[in-house]
Design a protein around this ligand. Sequence first.
Ligand SMILES: NC(=O)c1ccc[n+]([C@@H]2O[C@H](COP(=O)([O-])OP(=O)(O)OC[C@H]3O[C@@H](n4cnc5c(N)ncnc54)[C@H](OP(=O)(O)O)[C@@H]3O)[C@@H](O)[C@H]2O)c1
Length: 165
Amino acid sequence: MTISLIAAVSENGVIGTGNGGIPWDMPRDKAHFRNYTVGKWMLLGRKTFLEMEGWFSDQTPVVLSRSDQFEVPGGYRVETIEAAVALAQDHHVPEMVVSGGATIYELSLPFVNKIVLTRIHAKVDGEIFFPDVPWEQWQLVESIQYPNDDENPYNMSMEVFVPNR
Ligand SMILES: NC(=O)c1ccc[n+]([C@@H]2O[C@H](COP(=O)([O-])OP(=O)(O)OC[C@H]3O[C@@H](n4cnc5c(N)ncnc54)[C@H](OP(=O)(O)O)[C@@H]3O)[C@@H](O)[C@H]2O)c1
């Protein structure tokens, strides 16, 4: 099974504001995120899932939460990453996409075998950061640059990494 991780990260490592939400509005990256996740299982932390309420169409959310009261319409609640992986394997899911936030990225990194990264080429204020990745263990296999335009205020690169072995 592919366990991919998708994230958009600024030059200074920011992925979130700290009071809910992402500190940029980049329609091109939103479209990329939607296209990449369409039809797939997504693994999310409870905070990110709640921020994205109403967003899911044919994605299946798998939400990490310790609260057994928490319900996930159209998806599943799990208490560990291992449980999410086992659930996806039981359902013969070809790919599960780890979709944040910071806590979930960090916990799932040892399980991930593909990284799909949007680099936002700007230093941005925020309090939630992408975890440290041992990049020497990964190789870049795809990198596409996009200049800023009227709708997308920053230059960005869309990169794909696979394990370096
Ligand atoms: N730039 C990007 O690509 C991107 C992508 C996604 C999200 N984000 C941003 O990331 C931020 C949210 O990240 P976050 O780290 O604060 O929150 P999060 O990872 O979305 O969710 C945290 C929640 O996950 C559950 N959880 C965490 N560790 C757990 C464990 N070991 N076992 C069981 N459950 C666990 C807990 O839920 P309970 O409290 O219910 O137990 C915890 O409150 C937001 O600003 C969001 O916009 C950015």
